[in-house]
Structures are given as C-alpha cells and as structure tokens.
Design a protein around this ligand. Structure first.
Ligand code: URA
Length: 194
C-alpha cells in the first residue's frame, strides 16, 4: 500500500454520509516519511473546494506558526481526522459543523493507514477532534496541552489554529499564538530537525 493508492481509494469513501454533501475527499499531503505529522479536525470550506488540507484561513495561521517554530512545511505531513467537510448552509455561506463521533470513527481507518505508512516520530493533534480520534473521547486537550502522550507514535496535543482566529481581541490572539508556537517548538525539539 502506498499513500497514492490510499488517497485514490479514499476518494470514493462512503463509510459515512458526509461524502453526499462535500465536494470531495480531502486527503493528507506532505512528505511521505515525515518525522512530524499534523492532524486537524476536518477540511474547511476552502479545503473542500480546492481539495487540499489546511489551505484556508486556519491553514495559513498554522503555516505561520510552523515558520515561527522553525518547522518547514515541506518537511511535514498534514492531514485531518475526518476527510470530508461537514457544514450547515446559511444563505450562500457554508458554516463548519463539528463532526460526530460516528463520523470520526468511520474515518479513522484512513488516518490509521496514513500513520502506518508515514511512520512519523511524533504526531501533533490540532484540537479536540484530532486528539480524541487518536486518544479516545475522554481525552481533554486543555488538561494535556503541550505534553507528549500515547505511545507509538507519541502524540502532542495542542489547540486547533481556528481557536486563535476566534480569539476575542488582539491581546488574546497574540498570547494564544505565542503559546501555540511554543507547543510547535516543543514538537520540533522532540523530533530534532523536522
Ligand atoms: N481545519 C482543519 O482542521 N483542517 C483543515 O484542513 C482546514 C481547517
């Protein structure tokens, strides 16, 4: 099995109902044997249209944080716990809708297969959905943030970059960003050069 074959197979996934509404499966991308793997929640509106993970506003923020943490985007593998965009239509806008546990479970074999092929030295779980997909639904990011948990591969859980975008004011946003960058620096230090 290769990542290319996996991506092609995932394109016609019908394991849950999300494929009915999304434009396409958004599979993981990046370095085939990356030492660092980032796992987000699900593609957003831009990712759904363009077919690539983390290319919208949250992705831009993630890339900025990686750069500040000394992590090169070309060296990592980036994916999501759920590979179809789940949304609610509000007028012309498609608003992100959190995936349910059954949808996260239905998508988990794809994530497990990506992890088995990439074999990263460390996974960075971005937010609760990613962390709970890999560590169970009782896992709390707030209680474990920035710590290395799990075993093979180990996982570092942090917030989702969209939480920084939602910060109520610029002081909070700067503080959240600084903490997020510190978490990513911790991840980089753990794996040596990304
Ligand atoms: N948020 C995610 O969790 N993943 C993406 O690919 C984009 C936004």
């Amino acid at each position: 099995m290769t990542l290319k074959a996996l991506r092609e197979a995932a394109a016609s996934c019908r394991a849950c109902d999300l494929y009915r509404y999304a434009t396409q499966t958004v599979f993981g991308e990046g370095r085939a044997h990356a030492r660092l793997m980032f796992v987000g929640e699900q593609p957003g509106d831009a990712e759904d249209r363009l077919g690539h993970p983390f290319v919208g506003p949250a992705g831009k923020l993630l890339h900025a944080a990686m750069e500040q943490a000394g992590i090169q985007a070309k060296d990592v593998y980036v994916t999501n716990a759920v590979k179809h965009f789940k949304f609610i239509e509000r007028g012309k806008r498609r608003i992100h809708n959190k995936p349910k546990i059954v949808e996260i479970r239905a998508c988990k074999p794809w994530l497990e297969a990506e992890i088995a092929l990439v074999r990263p030295a460390l996974i960075v779980a971005l937010g609760a959905t990613a962390a709970q997909s890999m560590l169970g639904s009782s896992f709390r990011v707030t209680a474990n943030r920035g710590r290395i948990v799990g075993g093979a591969p180990p996982i570092l859980a942090t917030i989702h970059p969209s939480a920084i975008l939602r910060a109520p004011d610029s002081d909070t946003r700067h503080a959240e960003m600084a903490q997020f960058v510190a978490d990513l620096q911790g991840a980089r230090e753990r794996v040596g050069a990304a």
